[in-house]
Design a binder for this molecule. Structure first.
Ligand code: ATP
Ligand code: MG
Length: 443
């Protein structure tokens, strides 16, 4: 299986230059190497926008346009809408037991964001605890790598702690993710604030028109100690020069401007005009692709729906394993399933999935009957092998191999036999897992 990436953005507005250098650039670069899922985190966006949920729909569309515009290939990368994957909410609830209030209170990013947001009626529990739901987002996809900006490092650390705790307590089901910082870990805002951020209105958006970019650049914050163009100015900590370093490919020009700025031989207007030109050239192809996709809303919607459907398939697989490992799969529990195993010898098998294998688009799995210990394997929804469990586990016998789809196999196969006394499902399961390769085609 390819390694996976999970990352995402809150649909609180279109994406900006900070997103590009902090995360999008890495996603574009790695999309051919990793199975990439990008979450449009509308549920997380609600945590500080719950009074205006109507904004989210359009913003989901805008964020998807930005993804396509920067070059994420929808054939490779799945765009997943968070609220359409309810398994995420379920996993979040389980994770809540694994995190203490004190740990949440120490999260430096959340602390900072609470200050910025100035919640009038107090901090909503949803906002305060969003690192937990973000851990669910990352881990349900079993992501190995999470390309993010620096503000997200405490979230990844939180997710790693939860994974370690979960795997130790229940079973080794989840994958510990790693953060990957972008070329610029934290791009400052046009107002000189520490971070360009949708909620702070200090952004240059990827879809901004050339005129909008000009306005935003020309009104940028520079060196507050410099009053006249002839005053020697500061380059460090000056966002105009930070942007030049990042977006102006002409390094000689940048060096020359820095020198002249420090000597007081160039005015802010010229430095900004050159910055405008560089940023505008950088944005030109992105803007064009964005406009092309904006004219094809049905295609964009289809991409989002398909991506979400693939994401949900992965989420369902993981949540099943999570429930199993926490012994929450009551349907497989003979007492709680409501089926009296002794009442009939024509009971259906109750299948428990014990293994899944994916190779590209092909999927196989192995299921084990909770009651009688029969098991079977599928490859691409076709039954490959059907195995009865004999009285002795050592005498597992291969029965008939059906060529049928998964549904008709349920109808034509023999019903579950009366369960043996003291049947030990977990022993059979470990035996299957020890020999798992023999149930899948060998390439
Ligand atoms: P909001 O203000 O609504 O929180 P945001 O601008 O912070 O919006 P998010 O959707 O929260 O954007 O962040 C998405 C991803 O982009 C995260 O990985 C985050 O670290 C990264 N990112 C956002 N802003 C910047 C920035 N200024 N510099 C580097 N990375 C950034
Ligand atoms: Mg943010």
């Amino acid at each position: 299986m390819n390694k996976r990436i999970l990352t995402g953005d809150r649909p609180t507005g279109p994406l900006h230059l900070g997103h590009y250098v902090g995360s999008l650039q890495n996603r574009v670069k790695l999309q051919h190497e990793y199975d990439t899922y990008v979450l449009i985190a509308d549920v997380q966006a609600l945590t500080d926008n719950f009074e205006h949920p109507e904004k989210l729909g359009d913003n989901i569309f805008q964020v998807a346009l930005d993804y396509l515009a920067v070059g994420l290939d929808p054939e490779k990368v799945k765009f997943v809408v968070q609220s359409m994957v309810p398994e995420l909410a379920e996993l979040t609830i389980y994770f809540m037991n694994l995190v203490t209030v004190a740990t949440l209170e120490r999260n430096p990013t959340v602390k900072e964001e609470i200050k910025q947001r100035n919640f009038v009626k107090g901090v909503p529990v949803g906002f305060w605890s969003y690192p937990i739901s973000q851990a669910a987002d990352i881990t349900i996809f079993k992501a190995d790598l999470v390309p993010v900006g620096e503000d997200q490092l405490p979230m990844i650390e939180q997710a790693r702690e939860i994974v370690r705790r979960f795997n130790r307590l229940y079973a080794k089901v989840l994958v510990e993710p790693r953060a990957m910082l972008g070329a610029v870990a934290r791009l400052p805002g046009t107002d000189g604030g520490a971070k360009m951020s949708k909620s702070l209105g200090n952004c240059i958006y990827l879809g901004d028109s050339s005129e909008q970019v000009r306005k935003r650049v020309m009104s940028m914050f520079t060196d507050p100690t410099r009053i006249h163009p002839t005053d020697p100015g500061h380059v460090e900590g000056n966002p105009v020069f930070t942007y030049h370093d990042v977006f102006n490919p002409n390094k000689d020009e940048v060096e020359e401007l820095k020198e002249r700025y420090q000597k007081g031989t160039v005015g802010d207007v010229e430095v900004k005009a050159r910055l405008f030109r560089a940023i505008n050239e950088f944005l030109e192809p992105i803007r064009e692709r964005r406009q092309e996709y904006a004219l094809r809303p049905n295609l964009v919607r289809e991409i989002i729906l398909e991506g979400t459907a693939s994401g949900r398939r992965v989420a369902k697989e993981t949540i099943e394993q999570v429930r199993d490992s926490m012994s929450l799969n009551y349907a497989f529990n003979p007492v709680l399933s409501g089926i009296d195993p002794k009442s009939s010898n024509r009971l259906p098998h109750i299948w428990k999935r014990v293994h899944v294998r994916r190779i590209g688009n092909e999927v196989g799995n192995i299921k084990l009957c909770w009651f009688c210990g029969a098991f079977r394997s599928y490859w691409n929804e076709r039954v490959r092998e059907f195995v009865y469990r004999d009285e002795e586990i050592s005498e597992m016998q291969t029965g008939r191999a059906y060529v049928s789809n998964e549904l008709s196999a349920d109808i034509i196969e023999t019903p579950c036999s009366t369960p043996s006394k003291n049947i030990d499902i977990s022993t059979i399961e470990s035996k299957i897992l020890a020999d798992v390769n023999s149930f899948y085609p060998q390439y």
